[in-house]
Design a protein around this ligand. Structure first.
Ligand SMILES: [Zn+2]
Length: 432
C-alpha cells in the first residue's frame, strides 16, 4: 500500500478511499469477480431439468437465487453477464480421474510409475488440474496417485489455497492393493516401486486405511481384483473379510470406499462389503448389477478408458471390427442398464488427456444408448448424490456457485459440453 501511495498521509487516505470507491484498490483487485454476479443465459439446466429464460444470481461463493429472468433483478453493485445462446449448468463433476497420470499413448503406465519423478508428475498435474477446470469440471474424484505417493494431498492444498487453478478434489491418495497383485512387474529380483500401497490381512488393511486417511485421503480406493500376471484375466485379490473390514474402518472415519473391480466375484465381494461405487465393472453380469442396485452400490463404467486403450493398441475405430474387450463391455453395459443399477459418471481420465473429460459423456450417448439428458444429469446432480456432495451438482439457492456455461443445449447434444464459454467456481470466474 505504501509503495502505491508515496505521498502525504491525508492524501494517501483520500486516494485509498477513491480507489475503493472506483473499485481499483489492491484489496478489491484480489477478487476479480464482484460479490454479486447475475448470469443471464438462454437457459438454465438446474441439474434435473432445462429451464429456458431463467437467470442465476450469485452472492459471494453461493447461489443466491435462480428462476425466470424477469423475477431476478440485479441488485445495486451486481455485475451482469449476458450469455446469449448458452446453457448454464452446475459445474461438472468428474467421477474418475488420475491427475498424476498422463495419456498412456504418450508414456506407458509402467514408465510413468517407474521413470518419472514425483516433481515431474506434480508439475504435469498442475497443468492437468487447470485444463480440467477450464473444461467445466469444478469437482473431480481423483482415484489414486498411481505411485506418486501422497502428492495428491499437496495438489489439493495448492488448489484450495488458490496457488494454482483447479477443480475441488476428492482424493484417494495411494489406493490399496493386495500384495503381489498390482504393478509394475518387470523383474522378480527387483523391489520395484508399486502403483499403489500393498496391504494384507485384518491388521494390515486396518492400518493402511487409517494411515491413508491420516495423511489426507477423502476416500479409500481398493483393487478388488486385478490380473496377477501379464496376459491373463483379472481375478479377485482381497478376501471378503479384508474388503468388509476396509469398508468398516473407512466408514468409521467418515470416508467411503470405492472399488476397482471387473470380475463378477470381485464386484460381488466389493458390493457385499458396502463400497460406494464400483469402477469399470467390465465383466459384470445382470445378477451382479441387480445385487449392486439392491445394496445401493453405483457403477462407474469408465467406457472412455477401454475405448482409449483399444485405440492405443492399434484398433482403428470405424474401420476395424470392435475388439473383444469392447464387445464384452457393450454386453455388460446392456446388463447394467437393464438392471437399473445407479450409474456414476467418470472416464478414468489420465488414461487419456485431461480436459478431454467429455469423451465419456459422448461415448455413453453415441455407443451405449444413454440420452444426453441422462448423461448431463449424471455428470451433475447424480454424481453429487452418489458421491454424497449435497452442496453442489444442482443450481439451487444456498449451494456452491460452481457453474459452467456452454454454447447450445447439452441436454439435446451432449457435445455442447465441449463448447465451454464460462466457468465459475465458488462464485469466482475462472474462465471467461
Ligand atoms: Zn482409474
Amino acid at each position: 500500500m505504501l509503495l502505491l501511495f508515496p505521498c502525504r498521509p491525508w492524501l494517501r487516505a483520500l486516494l485509498l478511499v477513491l480507489a475503493v470507491l472506483m473499485g481499483t484498490s489492491p484489496i478489491l483487485a484480489q477478487s476479480p469477480t464482484p460479490s454479486l454476479l447475475l448470469l443471464r443465459p438462454a437457459a438454465v439446466f438446474d441439474g434435473e431439468t432445462l429451464h429456458p429464460g431463467w437467470a442465476v444470481l450469485i452472492e459471494h461463493e453461493h447461489i443466491k437465487a435462480v428462476g425466470p429472468a424477469a423475477q431476478i433483478t440485479a441488485p445495486a453493485g451486481a455485475r451482469t453477464l449476458e450469455l446469449p445462446g448458452m446453457t448454464l449448468l452446475p459445474g461438472l463433476i468428474e467421477g474418475h480421474a488420475h491427475l498424476l497420470l498422463h495419456s498412456y499413448n504418450e508414456t506407458s503406465w509402467n514408465d510413468q510409475v517407474l521413470t518419472e519423478s514425483v516433481a515431474l508428475r506434480v508439475a504435469r498435474a498442475t497443468v492437468h488440474a487447470r485444463r480440467t477446470l477450464e473444461a467445466g469440471f469444478t469437482t473431480v474424484r481423483d482415484l489414486g496417485s498411481e505411485g506418486a505417493g501422497y502428492a495428491d494431498v499437496g495438489l489439493r492444498q495448492a488448489i484450495d489455497q488458490g496457488i494454482i487453478p483447479g477443480p475441488r478434489l476428492l482424493i484417494a491418495t495411494r489406493a490399496l492393493v493386495a500384495s503381489g497383485s498390482y504393478g509394475p512387474k518387470l523383474n522378480p529380483d527387483l523391489d520395484l516401486p508399486q502403483g499403489a500401497q500393498e496391504a494384507d490381512g485384518s491388521e494390515g488393511l486396518v492400518r493402511a486405511v487409517r494411515e491413508q486417511i491420516g495423511k489426507g485421503a477423502d476416500l479409500i480406493k481398493v483393487y478388488a481384483d486385478y490380473r496377477w500376471g501379464q496376459n491373463e484375466p483379472a481375478r479377485p485379490t482381497f478376501s471378503q473379510e479384508e474388503l468388509t473390514l476396509a469398508v468398516q474402518t473407512a466408514r468409521a472415519a467418515g470416508r467411503p470406499v470405492v472399488a476397482h473391480a471387473s470380475t463378477p466375484e470381485g464386484m460381488r465381494r466389493a458390493t457385499l462389503a458396502g463400497v460406494q461405487t464400483i469402477e469399470h465393472g467390465d465383466g459384470g453380469t445382470l445378477e451382479i448389477f441387480k445385487l449392486m442396485k439392491q445394496r445401493g452400490v453405483a457403477l462407474c463404467p469408465t467406457v472412455a478408458a477401454g475405448d482409449a486403450v483399444s485405440r492405443y493398441r492399434g484398433w482403428q475405430k470405424g474401420q476395424q471390427p470392435e475388439p473383444e474387450r469392447l464387445r464384452l463391455k457393450r454386453l455388460s453395459m446392456q446388463a447394467a442398464l437393464q438392471s437399473g443399477v445407479t450409474l456414476a459418471f467418470g472416464g478414468d481420465v489420465g488414461v487419456f488427456a485431461h480436459g478431454d473429460n467429455v469423451r465419456e459423456a459422448e461415448l455413453l450417448v453415441q455407443e451405449y444408448g444413454l440420452t444426453p439428458l441422462a448423461v448431463v444429469r449424471g455428470f451433475t446432480s447424480q454424481n453429487a448424490q452418489v458421491f454424497q456432495l449435497p452442496d453442489r451438482g444442482r443450481i439451487q439457492p444456498g449451494l456452491l456457485a460452481d457453474l459452467v456455461a456452454v454454447t447450445g443445449d447439452p441436454t439435446q447434444d451432449v457435445s455442447a459440453l465441449r463448447r465451454v464459454q464460462l466457468v465459475v467456481k465458488g462464485g469466482k470466474i475462472v474462465k471467461e
